[in-house]
Design a protein around this ligand. Structure first.
Ligand code: 4NP
Length: 167
């Protein structure tokens, strides 16, 4: 069933896109964390992820990202895809994992409306404004565990902020 006024989107459902470089490490984990935080908060959200790069299109999340996520109760899944211009229309909030992703998204945004949707993910964690989720790709298992530790409070903060603005 589609909603005529919103062109297919139900007004109450917030659509959130997480973005990193490869869409195999950070953004799928952030996607899972936001989904979990939304479920916990009873907040209705559709969550997806994408990469700015093309390197891993079609790949599942990195096994170390899946493992670190699973240890925190997160189902890190999906297939990597690249950001597309329609994403700036179709999503309500687009969160970048690091400053390079943020700059790439700002450069790609096809409209002022689209640009206004782009944020740095950890800005939603009041303790970590301006901070990145560092790229763990060439790092250790510990780096992946730390990645999850950074992602969880940002995901909860994002949901809390959206829930606040939703009422
Ligand atoms: P992600 O990590 O951006 O968190 O998915 C990376 C994955 C792959 C590459 C870089 C970062 N890469 O260069 O292939």
């Amino acid at each position: 069933m589609r909603d005529a006024r919103t062109g297919g989107r139900f007004p109450g459902v917030m659509r959130i896109l997480t973005v990193c470089l490869g869409n195999i490490c950070r953004s799928p984990a952030a996607e899972a964390a936001i989904r979990a935080a939304a479920a916990e908060a009873g907040f209705e959200a559709e969550v997806d992820s994408a990469g700015t790069g093309r390197y891993h299109i079609g790949d599942p999340p990195h096994p170390r990202s899946q493992a670190a996520g699973a240890a925190a109760g997160l189902a890190v899944e999906g297939r990597a895809r690249q950001i597309r211009l329609e994403d700036f229309e179709e999503f309500d909030v687009i969160v970048a994992m690091d400053h390079a992703n943020l700059e790439d998204l700002r450069r790609l945004a096809p409209s002022a409306d689209g640009l206004a949707k782009v944020h740095l993910f950890r800005d939603f964690d009041p303790e970590s404004v301006g901070e990145e989720v560092p790229d763990p790709y060439y790092g250790t298992d510990e780096d992946y565990r730390e990645m999850i530790d950074l992602i969880l409070p940002a995901a909860r903060g994002l949901v809390a902020r959206l829930q606040g603005s939703d009422s």
